[in-house]
Design a protein around this ligand. Structure first.
Ligand SMILES: CC(C)(COP(=O)(O)OP(=O)(O)OC[C@H]1O[C@@H](n2cnc3c(N)ncnc32)[C@H](O)[C@@H]1OP(=O)(O)O)[C@@H](O)C(=O)NCCC(=O)NCCS
Length: 195
């Protein structure tokens, strides 16, 4: 049995997160980039940790789940990273990645749910992000959370020249959104329970 937590990232996590960034994105941000985010009051930087230590007393835990069946190679590993920037009334989701060995267990949607919850707690009105047109996994995930394609940035990715789609999800400040969050929570926990 393993415990899954989502925690606020701290300085001591930087080197593990940079390694994970390399695996998930091929090196999007370096250590200085993550340090800058940690220092910014407008950033929510979250890590998803899988661990065998059920006595985790970390006060920075924002989500905890303790029934995941897993044979762990290590005692504790950071297997996911997510970040949003709060800019005026918008949540800009800048990073969402799950370690390749832990993809398709429902952790991507767990992290996205938690980011959307953070955006709502900050009182933001809408969320936005860019995603490569060929990234069908991510697109499918975002569409499930009500994101809609609203535009395209041509040649956005310098290395490949690929276009990015611009996605938006509005109505975070509607009174019904709290109910939507509860429903997402139920779904993400049920999904992880399936394993
Ligand atoms: C995108 C990413 C975060 C998804 O994480 P994940 O933990 O594998 O996703 P989940 O298991 O939570 O899946 C949730 C939904 O995402 C979609 N999805 C995820 N992986 C998929 C795949 N390989 N093919 C098709 N759909 C996929 C599905 O809609 C899935 O729901 P379903 O399983 O009910 O069909 C992960 O693939 C990743 O880290 N990719 C590399 C980094 C990246 O591209 N990030 C997005 C940048 S914008």
């Amino acid at each position: 049995m393993a415990i899954i937590t989502i925690q606020k990232m701290r300085h001591e996590h930087i080197s593990s997160v940079v390694e994970l960034d390399l695996l998930c994105f091929g090196g999007l941000w370096n250590a200085q980039g993550y340090q800058r985010e940690l220092e910014s009051p407008n950033s929510d930087l979250l890590i998803l940790v899988i661990s065998q230590n059920t006595e985790d007393r970390n006060k920075e835990v924002v989500f905890k789940y303790s029934n995941f069946q897993s044979q762990l190679t290590y005692n504790q590993s950071i297997i996911g990273i997510g970040c949003l920037w709060a800019i005026l009334e918008e949540a800009h989701i800048t990073i969402l990645g799950i370690h390749p060995q832990y993809q398709r267990f429902g952790f991507g949607q767990l992290l996205l749910y938690t980011l959307m919850r953070s955006a709502w707690e900050r009182g933001l009105e809408r969320a936005t992000l860019e995603v490569a047109t060929s990234n069908t996994s991510a697109l499918s995930l975002y569409h499930k959370f009500g994101f809609q394609d609203v535009g395209r940035r041509r040649g956005y990715y310098q290395q490949t020249g690929e276009d990015a789609l611009i996605l938006w999800r509005g109505h975070l400040d509607d009174s019904e959104f709290e109910q939507t969050l509860s429903e997402w929570h139920r779904q993400v926990v049920a999904r992880i329970d399936g394993y």
